[in-house]
Design a protein around this ligand. Structure first.
Ligand code: NAD
Length: 248
């Protein structure tokens, strides 16, 4: 019997990339999973491939839709035990001072306000012993050129995660993950290309001591750990999943 049997896990951004791998990881451990995404066809495809899962459409930046997500989870599974506030999006890479101000604001709405709203509407349904895991980025700690607004929004996620951790302790643990670059839908949004060129790939890998980019499974494994009883004394942790990228 797994500790995740009869547990309800919400994964935002669950249709693709990290969120898809998280949904699959929790489902394989016996959890009931709420696969939440703007892309409802993708969310339905993931949920349909899992034993006990539902798909919910949400724009994570929208307050009412966050309320609806929490209600849908409780209607389906009775409570909420784990929230993976994972949905997020980068802007097209470029110099910060040439960026549209509206695009800067959009980064904070989708990447940061979403975490606040997920906590606001899910926490009232979360019993003692529950966990929230937020998806930040290693660039929040060690920014490199090109994604300033995105990294700033993810930096705010780290502060929000730690502020929530102190407010919600000891009942609910709140931790963040800081992944390094991984080949997901992120590449398309940041570069305009579904697959990076060999040259760009090599440049990224040159900065990662472990010699490769992250995989969605690397990220799902760390999220699973932070949600589990193995991490019962961890809160406010901002865990690097970066193959050593932040050391340099
Ligand atoms: N891949 C990377 O290199 C990388 C590195 C560090 C952090 N991250 C972060 O990881 C998280 C997951 O991204 P990914 O790499 O799996 O990319 P992805 O594009 O494969 O997945 C993101 C998912 O979020 C959904 N989404 C986008 N905007 C949304 C919105 N407003 N409301 C609801 N859903 C929305 C998309 O439909 C998609 O299914 C994001 O927060 C991202 O910023 C990614």
């Amino acid at each position: 019997m797994s500790e995740f049997n009869n547990k309800c896990v919400i994964v935002t951004g669950g249709a693709s990339g990290f969120g898809k791998a998280m949904s699959e990881k929790f489902a394989a451990a016996g959890a009931s999973v709420v696969v939440a995404d703007l892309n409802i066809e993708g969310a339905e495809a993931v949920a349909g491939s899992l034993d006990q899962a539902i798909a919910v459409q949400i724009d994570v930046a929208d307050e009412e839709q966050n309320r609806n997500l929490a209600d849908a989870a409780v209607d389906a599974f009775g409570k909420i035990d784990v929230v993976c506030a994972n949905a997020g999006i980068p802007h097209r890479a470029g110099r910060a001072i040439e960026m549209d101000t509206a695009e800067f604001d959009r980064m904070f709405a989708i990447n940061t306000r979403s975490v606040f709203l997920a906590a606001k509407y899910c926490v009232p349904h979360m019993p003692a012993g529950s966990a929230i895991v937020t998806t930040s980025s290693i660039g929040a700690k060690r920014p490199r050129p090109g994604l300033a607004a995105y990294y700033a929004a993810k930096g705010a996620v780290l502060t929000l995660t730690q502020a929530l951790a102190v407010e919600l302790a000891p009942n609910i643990r709140v931790n963040a993950i800081c992944p390094v670059s991984a080949p997901t839908g992120f590449d398309q949004n940041a570069s305009g290309m579904a697959e990076l060129s060999d040259k760009v790939n090599a440049q990224i890998i040159a900065g990662i001591p472990m010699g490769r980019r992250a995989t969605p499974e690397d990220v799902a494994d760390a999220t699973f750990f932070l949600s589990s009883n193995e991490a019962k004394f961890l809160t406010g942790v901002c865990l690097d999943i970066d193959g050593g990228r932040a050391i340099q």
